[in-house]
Design a protein around this ligand. Structure first.
Ligand code: OAD
Length: 235
């Protein structure tokens, strides 16, 4: 068993890369093809909702066909075997769920869920969405959007995450470039609270110097190996 009492794990797009989903800031990443201002802000949605729907329809279709990789599965196992482990993901895919994760927080929302701007109803969403889509709760069209957090909006569950960071004694960041706040600030909050901090990533992230320990390599290699050591009480 891990000798840590309470573990918080932050995950980003790099975790799902080997499942076949694009990251954002790598050379072939999503932000090399799309301007985030157009497709991931409330202003972009107001200006051209059809383009934003097209972007998330494309991403939803990509998410539909993928499977959790060895890193998701190892984290799922850790969360089941060590009760005080919470995974906080910036990813809007459902690969942590598919890996049987016990305690999961989607701080940037979920692409496979809908949110109605008229009545705030949320629900599962599998197919495409358009400006003509009607909300099944209030019956109005024109307000349906993916239940994801855009730049300029407040990420979800920040109060709960803040409490978990204050109480954890191990913070692990996996597959995230450390460019986007508030997630990029979690390492400093956890370290201030006395936690050991570990980065598992393909390469040093923007905030690499803030971590006490770092292991670099593909997630499907470094994450299962680290989880194995952690569960054996050796990490
Ligand atoms: P990024 O694309 O910014 O960073 C992905 C990180 O994963 C990079 O540091 C890569 O080096 C690393 N990486 C790539 N392949 C990997 C692999 N196989 N194994 C391990 N690491 C790998 O993605 P995020 O940090 O998740 O928000 O981006 C954060 C937020 O910015 C996203 O949630 C999204 C985006 O804009 C919104 O859209 C609001």
């Amino acid at each position: 068993m891990p000798h840590y009492r309470s573990i918080v794990i932050l995950t980003g797009a790099g975790l799902s890369a080997e499942s076949g989903l694009s990251t954002f800031r790598d050379a072939n990443g999503i932000w090399a093809k799309y301007d985030w201002r157009d497709v991931a802000t409330p202003q972009g949605f107001e200006k051209n909702p059809a383009l934003v729907h097209e972007f998330y329809n494309m991403r939803r279709r990509a998410h539909a066909g993928v499977k959790p990789n060895a890193a998701h599965l190892a984290l799922g196992r850790l969360s089941r075997e060590h009760e005080a482990t919470t995974i906080v993901t910036q990813n809007v895919d459902c690969l942590h769920e598919a890996a049987g994760t016990a305690r999961l927080i989607h701080m940037h929302g979920e692409a496979m869920k809908s949110l109605c701007a008229h009545c705030n109803a949320r629900g599962p969403w599998i197919g495409d969405m358009s400006v003509a889509t009607v909300c099944s709760a209030c019956g109005k069209a024109g307000g349906m959007r993916p239940d994801v957090v855009w730049f300029g909006e407040m990420p979800y569950h920040m109060e709960t995450i803040g409490k978990l960071l204050l109480a954890c004694d191990l913070f692990i960041s996996i597959g995230t470039s450390g460019h986007v706040y508030p997630a990029a600030g979690f390492v400093a909050a956890a370290a201030d609270a006395g936690a050991h901090t570990v980065e598992l990533n393909l390469e040093p992230s923007q905030g690499a110097s803030l971590f006490a320990e770092a292991i670099y390599g593909p997630a499907t290699e470094v994450v299962p190996a680290y989880v194995e050591r952690l569960l054996a009480g050796e990490a």
